[in-house]
Each structure stands twice: as C-alpha cells, then as structure tokens.
Write a protein of this length. Structure first.
Length: 426
C-alpha cells in the first residue's frame, strides 16, 4: 500500500502534525486507512470497540507511525466523551474525523426486529452526528479540518437498516458540506468504497448469498468495482481513501471513491467484462468524420455543455442532477472534464511516443486509455438513461424530440470514442 501512496505523489510529510480519529479502525478499511494516514505523518487515534484496535496500534508503531487505541463504543455518549478527552489530552486537537464504524444486520424488513434498526441507527448515524458535534467546533476555531462519512449503495435487499443508514450518512455529509463555507477551512466529503475485501463483508456475504440466490463465491466475485475481478483489496481502497483525505479541499461537497485516484496515477487494473447491458451501434458517420483525438475533444465539449446546463438550473434541481450524474457516471462533472482533458493530452503524447518509438511511454498510456475507455461506457449509459428519463419530463412532443436527438448524439459520440480507444489500446 505504501508504494501505491508514493505512486500517487503522496509523501510521508503530507499529514505531518495532523491528528486523525478513525472510528471502526480495528479491521478492514478502517485498519488499512489508519496505517495509510500514519505513513503520511498523521497521529492516528483508533476508535474501536474491540481489542483489534490495540493490535492495529502496535502494527502502526512497528511501521514507524504514531497511533493510539481508545476503546470506544460510538453509540454511547459517555464513551465518545472519553474518546474526546483522551484525544485532546494526548494530542491537543483533532484535525481529521473519519466516520467509518458500522454494523450490518441481515434479514427481511418484515422479520427484522426494531431493536436491530435502532442499533444500526445509533452506530451508523447518531454516532456520526455526535462525533461531528464533538470535534467540528475545534476545527472551525483553527480553520482547518476534514470530516468524512462513509456511504454505500441504497436499497439493498436484506440489509435495509445498513442501507438506510448509509443513505442517511450520504445526506448528512452533503448537508454538512453545504453548511460550511470555503472560509471555514473545513472540508467535508462522502466516501463510497465499493465492495471491499473486509472481514465484515465476508461475514455478511455468507448470510446474504443464499437470500440472493447465489453461492458465497458468486457473491464475493461479482464485478462491482471497475478494474477488479471481485472484491477490491482493503489496502487499495485505503490508498485511494487516503489520497482523497490529503486532497480533501478538491472533494468538498462531493461523493468520492478510491477508483479515480488509483487509476489516474497509472496503476494498472485488469478490467472484467462490462455488464452495462445491450448497447446501440455508435454512429458510423461520427467515426468516419473524426479521428480519436477529435472525438475526445468533442466529448470534452459535450461535458462542458452538460456543466453549463447544470449550473443554469435552480438550486434543488442542480443538486439532484449533480448527484445523479455522480452516481451514474462514477465521477462528478468536474472530475469528468479533468479526465477528458487529460485524455486529450495523453492522446497527443501517444502520437509523439509512436513517432519516437518510446515503447515505455506507449505502454503506460495504453494502460490509462484502458481505464478511461471502460469509464466512458458509464458516461454513455448515463446519456442513454437520460433519454428514458426525458420521456417523463417533456410534455411537448417537439421539445422531447429535440432533447432525445441531443442525448442520442452525445451517447453515440461517447460510444464512438470507446471503439476508437479500444483500437488504440490494443
């Protein structure tokens, strides 16, 4: 993991002098994130309900980092108070708060006792609110801080308390970010890990797989994370997570994930088969008229138009559109614009490398083109889904027709670029 952090351009002084509290830091993502932040120079406080936290503290110290385990039940107000007292006594402040602790209760909504709903709500949601209220005032006073809530997919069957709590954490993080101005110095974002290889998910998988009509192996080997055949290693997720924390200002008010930081830095992925459903044939005219670089520039123009159209909406429609775009496309509109701008530059560099015979540069760029190509499929799917959405938005047949033509052109342009990138990366 530490080599991945270095490849991302991070150093062991990026978080020097900072103090980070990670709830649920004894296992899985929390454990690996604690190691990553300690390597980056932070003093890490592991708020964990089990003695696993003590093992993580010892591990981090053996790796040369600074760590303190504080046994904490985040659902208990007095326990959180003790956490704060020990944190302030040891380090004098808390700069980074990662609300990572969670529990997963499995079963149908009808059969799930209310006690399990209440427990999930206390551990996942109320604990995050309590911790924010505990540590945010100091951050505001110092005009520096990072707060993260960890989310997951909504509407998952047989884990309704967990899924509902994660949706609440998503909303909590975005609400807090909207309340805090840039002048506050505090950056807030939501982190969506994806399906990560942790003890928790493996335990849940054994209970959920039969309910989903799957074997345990089928469940954990689903191609949910682009670039991974099955579960993402917790170390990889933590490396991407740590990058987002170091660059928290860039992610303020957004839903971040580990994939973009990992992929944009040239780390290689082995992509599984795309499962985006049937796809229409891209416009042959578009391919005939433009080469791959021209198409990349056209997609950039399309995204600039999307950004302009979104910014012209009123507040609530704009919030809905930006969240929907991020959820369907895997990145924010701004991140997509940056990605396509980089793609244009890479394509220009690729042509230069071909002419000069620089095979190392060629292979490096091909790896990045592969990631962008697979990500573009999601962008094309977004425009296709918008075509279906448009049918419910427009009452005027002519307005609907115009909208569908624009969306069809955008989809076909993106899919045309996918085809030419695939040819270029072979």
């Amino acid at each position: 993991m530490f080599k991945k952090l270095e490849k991302m351009g991070l150093s062991q002084t990026d978080l020097a002098g900072k103090v980070a509290v990670i709830t649920g830091g004894g296992r899985g993502i929390g454990k690996e994130l604690a190691r990553a932040l300690a390597w980056l120079g932070a003093n890490v406080i592991i708020a964990e309900i089990t003695e696993d936290g003590a093992e993580v503290e010892a591990l981090i110290r053996s790796e040369g980092g600074s760590a303190l385990y504080v046994r904490t039940d985040v659902s208990d107000e007095s326990s959180v108070k003790r956490l704060a007292e020990k944190s302030f006594k040891e380090f004098g402040k808390v700069d980074i708060l990662i609300n990572n602790a969670t529990i997963v209760e499995t079963g149908s909504i009808l059969e799930m006792p209310l006690e399990k709903w209440e427990k999930s709500w206390r551990v996942d949601v109320l604990a995050a609110v309590r911790l924010i209220k505990t540590f945010l005032p100091g951050m505001l006073e110092r005009k520096y801080g990072v707060i993260v809530t960890v989310t997951s997919d909504e509407g998952m069957p047989y884990v309704a308390p967990y899924s509902a709590s994660k949706a609440a954490l998503n909303s909590l993080g975005l609400s807090l970010a909207a309340e805090l101005s840039e002048e506050s110095g505090v950056s807030v974002f939501v982190f969506a890990p994806g399906m990560v290889d942790t003890p928790g998910i493996r335990k849940a998988a054994r209970e959920l797989a039969p309910l989903y009509g799957m074997t345990y192996e089928e469940f954990i080997n689903q191609n949910v994370n682009p670039g991974y055949d099955g579960l993402m290693p917790a170390e990889d997720c933590a490396a991407g997570f740590a990058y987002c924390i170091v660059h928290a200002k860039d992610y303020h008010g957004q839903i971040a994930d580990p994939l973009l930081p990992l992929a944009k830095t040239g780390l290689s992925f082995s992509f599984g088969e795309e499962k985006s459903g049937a796809q229409p044939e891209p416009s042959e005219k578009i391919i005939q008229k433009k080469n791959v670089l021209e198409l990349a520039k056209e997609v950039k123009k399309i995204l600039e138009d999307v950004e302009k159209e979104t910014n012209e909406l009123d507040l609530f429609r704009r919030m809905w559109v930006t969240r929907t775009f991020r959820k369907r496309c895997g990145m924010s509109i701004e991140d997509w614009l940056n990605t396509i701008s980089e793609l244009v530059s890479e394509l220009e560099e690729y042509d230069k490398a071909k002419r000069s015979g620089d095979t190392v540069k060629i292979e490096y760029i091909r790896g990045k083109l592969l990631w962008v190509k697979n990500s573009l499929v999601r962008l094309a799917d977004y425009f296709r889904k918008n075509m279906k959405d448009a049918e419910g938005y427009f009452n005027d047949p002519e307005a609907l027709s115009r909208a569908l033509k624009v969306l069809a052109y955008r989809e076909n342009t993106v899919r045309s670029l996918v085809i030419l990138l695939e040819q270029r990366s072979e």
